[in-house]
Ligand binder design. Structure first.
Ligand SMILES: [Zn+2]
Length: 304
């Protein structure tokens, strides 16, 4: 498929070429992404701006448009027949395997950021389902359960062994988060600067920073209520342990977690964590896959 490094923005007689990496920086990006066209001379094929789960951006041709026959990208347009897939939407929690796989991806993103020169093993790319059925043209219909993440729901009941497609959690280091990430599931990391625990209300916030970008992780009451394995008072005391550690010990400690955004305010980045098994912690040397794991390591003075 054609790779477009740039697109023509064309609207109300205005026409200019924009590089793909500059699109998110446009002050009026909502308008800009609606009016992007193929850079081929005289071509009016519309382009779609896409963001990959690792934060990189790319452009693709809108399926409803074709290149002009004289367009240099014309030969690249190909019609790929797809099997018809029916998606059934269901609310549900993520599977433990799904959570752990996503945490590993996020942990390796942070390690690549902290050690850009050493090639850390790339996590399996993105959250794209690999199980997309390739049977084509025989009129068969795939039925896939498309899971909408709901922290309150149980796992999906799947009596008919249907494929379950769990929702994407996009890799976004704090400096990659933009307004485009409003109301999304994300995976992110930051160095912990302070932990603020309010014991009466079952509420906690962690202030973090990566590069020069500050970000606040919010653990609302639901975070404490959703936890079945550990009682909520233990969660508070684990956060308290973490708080003391960050205040008193000079070791760099990072939080890496799955989370959700509300409307993103670039002057006050906040993400929400609703489930304790979304959490993990990292130092430059070690990974702690849960809040209790880091709290226990702290109490044993074994965090390196
Ligand atoms: Zn074209």
């Amino acid at each position: 498929m054609a790779k477009f490094n740039e697109a023509v923005y064309r609207q109300n007689g205005v026409e200019r070429v924009i590089n793909v990496d500059d699109i998110v920086k446009q002050s009026s990006y909502v308008d800009v992404v609606e009016h992007l066209y193929c850079p081929g001379k005289g071509c009016h094929a519309k382009l779609v701006f896409n963001r990959k789960s690792n934060g990189t951006n790319y452009l693709s041709k809108h399926k409803g448009y074709e290149h002009d026959t004289k367009c240099p990208y014309f030969s690249d347009s190909e019609i790929v027949p797809r099997a018809e897939t029916e998606y059934i939407e269901e609310d549900g929690a993520l599977s433990d395997d799904g959570i752990n796989r996503r945490k590993k991806q996020a942990q390796s993103e942070l390690m690549s950021f902290l050690n850009p020169q050493t090639k850390t093993k790339k996590a399996t790319p993105g959250d794209k389902p690999k199980a997309r059925n390739k049977t084509v043209g025989n009129g068969e219909k795939n039925i896939v359960i498309q899971l909408r993440y709901d922290p309150n729901a149980d796992g999906v009941e799947n009596n008919n062994n249907l494929k379950v497609r769990e929702p994407a959690f996009y890799n976004r280091l704090p400096q990659q988060i933009s307004e485009l990430d409003s109301f999304k599931n994300l995976k992110t990391s930051a160095r912990i600067l302070a932990v603020d625990v309010s014991e009466q209300d079952n509420f906690c916030t962690i202030l973090g920073e990566l590069g020069s970008t500050k970000i606040k992780f919010i653990f609302p009451e639901a975070f404490f209520a959703n936890t079945s394995s550990v009682v909520s008072s233990q969660l508070s005391s684990f956060f308290e342990t973490l708080s003391q550690f960050v205040k008193n010990v000079d070791t760099e400690l990072y939080i890496t977690t799955l989370c959700q955004t509300r409307e993103v305010d670039m002057t006050n980045l906040q993400v929400y964590v609703y489930t304790s098994n979304f959490l993990s912690f990292q130092t430059r040397r070690n990974t702690y896959n849960s809040l209790d794991a880091i709290a226990i390591a702290i109490s044993r003075n074994s965090v390196l």
